[in-house]
Design a binder for this molecule. Structure first.
Ligand SMILES: Nc1ncnc2c1ncn2[C@@H]1O[C@H](COP(=O)(O)OP(=O)(O)OP(=O)(O)O)[C@@H](O)[C@H]1O
Length: 525
């Protein structure tokens, strides 16, 4: 019984079942996965069912400006009235005409080419196809060609109308699904991008705590470290001594996919040539005089992690060849035989020497250099990023206090001025040492002043030349600088005021006055 309570007659049942018989033909349409496939199947079905020699279905593109039967087919502009489809889509009304007449009137070259093989007395029927739920929501155009009587019979043909209705409905549904899929994909991509950005942001936050410095050179270096950590490429760190090569190597390891694995460092310059090979590859008992038992090497110790070869420029030539073989093949054999072992590790190497010059001198293999230098990274000298000195000095003072369990001492602006004026050939290591010396010398509870710092062994730039970043008191800086100069000269001349005054270009009396004012009297003469 129906919901309305109307009794269903046998005739109704018969009609419904009859309609069901036709569903077979519609099934491929319903199962179509994309609009283009649906249109192709609808064209084939109609051509076969009604004996039409040519059936096309042109779709409107997403911006509604062109009609096309699909990729590789001609695209017809909707504002080009040299073909009938523009008339149909613009008016929203069907158009039927004889092929011969259309050939004479519509001179669009692609349309002419499409009609070329057809009989002149056949008819073309173009019908606009529309979203059933959106008047003027045009989807495209049918283009049906056949003998006049066959085309005329389509008018009022319930099967044709049902097919057209089904085509439009399924087409809309596939477009909606495709749109939802696209939106889902866009959302997924945005989330992935957001995830990547958040990770990169967190990473760069962590790195700025490990690799201190806000100068552009340091920001660039941190970016490169993040990029290097995201790859398995061999990294070659080049920079003067004390610029932080090992620290950067550790940061690359920590933030790489092998970050949980071991980090094994070896200084190629610090180990005698005879032992270096054994250290790296390991040995079996009896391989050489000091091999009293089997020993795994550093390549094995670094398995699943990172091997850091410091001072690679000092690696002996014979070992360079062996290292290259390991890097190329991934296999090595411990000294004295034993079975071959696989080296699954990421390599980071470092040098303070210009390797290209060593290649020219024949002391470093060019092929190994290229293998090590897959990701080159240059570390700036401290003098190239003087603006970072106050931040670094503060960091070293804090680290010293934490290590020694002492209250944290700050550096006075004048002390920072002095530091910023130094050249630091030993780079960050030298700065760290000077700050730690200052921490040890400063009276408890007092900031580290210039007098607490060790004397600079290198040329000290004038305060003007080496103006520091932080604010400072000019009078204090000048007085301090004057005091240091006089004290150094007095030391140089063993406290002889007369010679000191001459060397400073001052009358003896003025020097005496200055010594009193600057409290230099009690200095060892
Ligand atoms: N960006 C940085 N932030 C904080 N500390 C740093 C930074 N770079 C280096 N250091 C510190 O400076 C000192 C020297 O660094 P490191 O040993 O990494 O230099 P290096 O270039 O490997 O030296 P060498 O060439 O002599 O082996 C270490 O105490 C290190 O922790």
């Amino acid at each position: 019984m129906s919901a309305a309570g109307r009794s269903v007659t046998d005739g109704d049942h018969g009609q419904a079942l009859g309609a069901l018989a036709g569903l077979d033909a519609a099934l491929p349409l319903v199962e179509s996965e994309a609009p283009a496939q649906l249109r192709r199947r609808a064209c084939r079905l109609l051509a076969r069912a009604r004996g039409l020699p040519q059936v096309d279905c042109l779709a409107l593109d997403t911006d509604g400006r062109r009609l096309s039967a699909g990729a590789g087919n001609a695209a017809y502009r909707c504002d080009d009235f040299r073909h009938p489809y523009a008339h149909v889509i613009r008016s929203g009304a069907p158009l039927q005409a004889c092929i011969g007449t259309l050939r004479a009137r519509m001179d669009h070259p692609d349309f002419q080419a499409g009609m070329a093989g057809l009989k002149g007395d056949w008819e073309l029927l173009c019908r606009p196809l529309c979203d059933p739920d959106a008047p003027r929501g045009w989807l495209g155009v049918w283009a049906l060609v056949g003998p006049r009587e066959v085309v005329a019979a389509l008018d009022g043909d319930p099967g044709f109308m049902a097919l057209e209705g089904l085509l439009c409905r399924l087409w809309c549904r596939l477009l909606t699904a495709a749109k939802a899929h696209r939106q889902g994909q866009d959302l997924r991509h945005s989330l992935q991008r957001l995830g990547r950005d958040t990770r990169a942001h967190a990473l760069s936050g962590a790195l700025s705590r490990e690799l201190i410095g806000s100068s552009p050179a340091m920001s660039r270096l941190r970016d490169q470290v993040i990029r290097a950590a995201g790859t398995r490429l061999a990294v070659l760190l080049q920079g003067e001594t004390g610029t932080g090569k090992e620290r950067v190597a550790r940061a690359i390891h920590r933030h790489s996919a092998q970050g949980d694995g071991p980090f094994v460092a070896i200084n190629c310059a610090a180990i005698p040539e005879t032992l270096l090979e054994s250290e790296l590859f390991g040995h079996v008992r009896g391989a050489h005089s000091s091999a009293t038992r089997d020993r795994t090497g550093l390549l094995a110790a670094a398995d699943g992690g990172t091997l850091f070869l410091d001072e690679i420029g000092d690696m002996p030539p014979a070992l360079q060849a062996k290292l290259l073989r390991v890097l190329e093949s991934g296999w090595y054999r411990p000294l004295g035989g034993g079975r071959e072992r696989r080296a699954d590790l990421r390599l980071v190497s470092a040098t303070h020497q210009p390797l290209t010059a060593r290649i020219r001198e024949g002391r470093f293999r060019a092929d190994l250099y290229y293998r090590l230098n897959q990701f080159p990274l240059r570390l700036p000298a401290l003098r190239e990023r003087r603006a970072d000195i106050p931040e670094l000095a503060d960091h070293f003072a804090a680290a010293y206090a934490a290590r020694e369990g002492r209250p944290r001492a700050s550096l006075s602006p004048t002390a920072l001025t002095h530091l910023a004026a130094r050249d630091f050939p030993g780079n960050l290591r030298e700065l760290r040492n000077q700050v730690e010396y200052g921490c040890a010398m400063a009276p408890a509870g007092q900031p580290i002043g210039p007098a607490d710092l060790p004397l600079s062994e290198t040329r000290e730039r004038t305060p003007v030349e080496g103006l520091p970043g932080p604010a400072f008191n000019l009078r204090e800086v000048v007085r301090d600088y004057e005091a240091r100069l006089i004290r150094e000269k007095l030391r140089q001349f063993n406290g002889n005021r007369a010679k000191t005054a001459v060397s400073l270009g001052l009358p003896k009396r003025t020097l005496a006055h200055k010594c009193r004012k600057l409290q230099l009297d009690e200095d060892p003469a």
